[in-house]
Design a protein around this ligand. Sequence first.
Ligand code: IPM
Ligand code: MG
Length: 360
Amino acid sequence: MQLNILVLPGDGIGPEVTAQAVRVLEQVARKWNHTVNLKEGLLGGVAIHRRGVPMPPETEALAHECDATLLGAVGLPEFDHVAPQRRPERGLLGIRKTLGVYANLRPVRSYQALLDSSPLKNHLVDGADLIIVRELNGGIYYGTPRGIEGAGPAERGFNTMVYTRAEIQRVLRMAFNLARNRRKKLTSVDKSNVLETSQLWRKVAGEVAAEYPDVELEHLLVDNCAMQLILRPKQFDVVVMENMFGDILSDEGAVIAGSIGMLPSASLGDRKPSGAYVGLYEPVHGSAPDIAGQGKANPLGAIGSVAAMLEYSFGLLEEARAVYAAIEAVLNSGRVTADLKPAGPPATTAEVGAAVCAAI
Ligand code: IPM
Ligand code: MG
């Protein structure tokens, strides 16, 4: 198979972790006789430096040409005080929007080898296996009007949280389909005791549920969900929510996995005529500029994102499973980065990448 992939290394630790993810992809291609055609593009802070904007038009064009996009991370502290529209993060929001990847799948699972890396008691996390489905193209991240206006005590900042029925339906269907192929339980998260968007969300979730009689739907308020994720993570199978709730709760999910460096993600849009999803794949962790360039970053979130790409954008299930199994083998070997509390001296980013390749 020809795998035409755009790589957007981005900022901070992004280039280091994507280098290892690409290495794993090439190992898979060697073993199963696929051809990887890589293109590289600029996104985020590096794009602002080199091209003056967070998402240059050529990056956007490449993303539409390629079969799938692998992203590292964006964000640099030098932009901390810059207006939102000129920040590196705007590049990330731009690429998500232009690709139309409206469902962000963030799987969270516990690994035997990492039970002690989680601050939670072993019996709470052991066996936890859930997927957070975060709506990614709408809500308060994109809603207008937005801005800061006026001056003095009356100066005001404002954002708009808005969802249409169609936007809610499509992400709910994605989540129901996932649940149907798992343990058949879907939790829809909202704040319907306060927000109108959430009231519509809950109503539409109930309607879509009629198409999936085999899946159990429950509704949970987002504040309670934040607590339940820590109290009883094993109760969850697929959990679906709007954009900002998903941003917040998926970082909380990292506590279950043991490190945010472990979490992969797949952002999916509609299916192409071939049946494959339009997909953007990125680790959940950020650019971590404090450890950039030191070989300390955990590449397993990025490598897991490659596995997700093989699965969703190319339908290569055997290859994807081999990558997941190799990740687990490396975790069991204890040769892991410092965030995972290794027994001996921590492995470097590149050593972990090499170990995953060897296990494949
Ligand atoms: C994430 C990140 C991004 C988001 C930032 C970097 C814009 O936190 O992917 O979770 O808020 O979506
Ligand atoms: Mg986040």
